[in-house]
Design a binder for this molecule. Sequence first.
Ligand code: PEP
Ligand code: MG
Length: 580
Amino acid sequence: MEILRGISVAPGVAIGEAVVLEAEEYRIPFRTVVEGDVPAELECLDRAFSKSIEELKEQSAWLNTHLGRDAANVFEWHIGVLGDEQLRSGIESQIRERRASAAYAASTVMRNYQRRFMQMTDPLLVERIRDVQDIERRLLRCILGEGREDLRGLTQPVILVAHDLTPTQTAQLSETKVVGVVLDAGAATSHTAILLRSWGRPGVIGLNDVSTRVSGGDLLIIDGTNQLVVVNPSESTLREYRGRREAHVRLTGELDEMRGLPAVTRDGERVQLVSNIEFPYEVKVGASKGADGVGLYRTEFLYLRPEGAPSEEEQYEAYREAILGADGNSVTIRTFDLGADKYTQQRSYEQERNPMLGLRSIRYSLQNLDLFKVQLRAILRASVLGDVRLMFPLIVSLMEFRQAKMTLHDAMEDLEEAGAAWNRDLKVGIMLETPAAVVQVKEFCREVDFVSIGTNDLIQYLLAVDRSNERVSQYYTASNPALLRALRDVLRACGQANVDCSLCGEMAGQPLYTIFLLGIGLRCFSMAPANIPEVKKLIRLVSTTQAQRVARRALSFETERQVSNYLRDETRKLLPEDPI
Ligand code: PEP
Ligand code: MG
């Protein structure tokens, strides 16, 4: 038995035999055609282009209906590449001048196209190589007319193992028997990761060499909740995971019945469960899981695209979609949190020695005021469309918050001059995710309308552990007593100052911490929509006095192991069959 750790795309458990997808390459030998056949080859090429574009349009329309516009845009980009006149004439001139076959000409020109992307330093553009390979395969299939084996041919439930998946392969998954996916490659912002997240079944990516460690037919377990893949599990592990899978399926089913029920404790305390989203269409996913709105809209994903920063109008449209999708519920829009592990194309050339401590988040915004103001104007304009709140990321000092608010006032003045409307009661808050902000929480409470605790970064900075470095991942834990005390202090200070406080780090969606967080007074949990079911179930099983008792005891421990063991035991008492 072997356990591999990676990046999870969705929670839950999948168990199945592995199907290892070989990197299927078309090998096209150089073949010339006689002069008289050149028109036929050109015609064949023309048909292949039309067929490819037709297929892509169908796929894009399907994705637009089922997964939203961002997913569909992946294939719109493919259509754009096929519409590139230079690419097309490059292939045609190979046929005319070298008398190459259409397949050979298409393959060579597409390979050159790929090489251009390989030489780029921007990781986001390098990701596009997969798209270009995908386009090449499609074009070749249309030229060669071969009915290639695709994933739809699978006849039984399997776990798909691959080095990487092209967007086309990923988009096909919902029509196949694949129950989970594990990949060597994986970047949080790649198109494949975006599509996998929308697909929603367990998946772990970024495993480096899983496709060479695993052979077809090996038994695999994907533990999406804990970001693990177990290869050839022992009997007892398999038994345990079968139980966890059933529990997860049952919980998900139960939520369908519970969706309309409020998240309320046994003694009647109402708790708000809201979702974290990266794209506007996810608001609907959150609502389908019972979310009461959006606690964190990570708008930087709008900027992480090859075209560069979105215009004010494009942003306004995205915010509008999210706000209207929330149907009267509140939407907290965080201004772009760029830098650290989220670089725009333009900035990827400016490497930083220590990006987690570098020019990121609000610091970057305050050094790029024009870019910042464009976003602030778009958010302000959208603020009249519903219940909108505005939030600044990674605030360290009061000066930063004041500067950010001054920039917001500048944006308001721009709108005033233009005669545009905005909500004059707009609530403005901060992400509380640095130790400095924890220490000064009382001072912040005098100036902010609300606080949202970002434990993903707070753990990183409080414990001095890079949140994305797998070599130190064992030190990265929310059970650290220092973190628990920091959270208690923040909630206490906010309570005394009557300032709204939510928590939107991953911790909010981990059932292990639900009782503790309730016990220290948290009443608004913001998480990935898929995590809402279990958290809601736990909340409905516990009373506030019980939770306070558990929190007090958890706070009395000196080590993270004691904390984790204790919280696991307490959670199991309420959910005996649950995979905690
Ligand atoms: C956090 O830091 O906890 C958070 C929610 O923000 P992000 O994960 O986007 O940094
Ligand atoms: Mg953060």
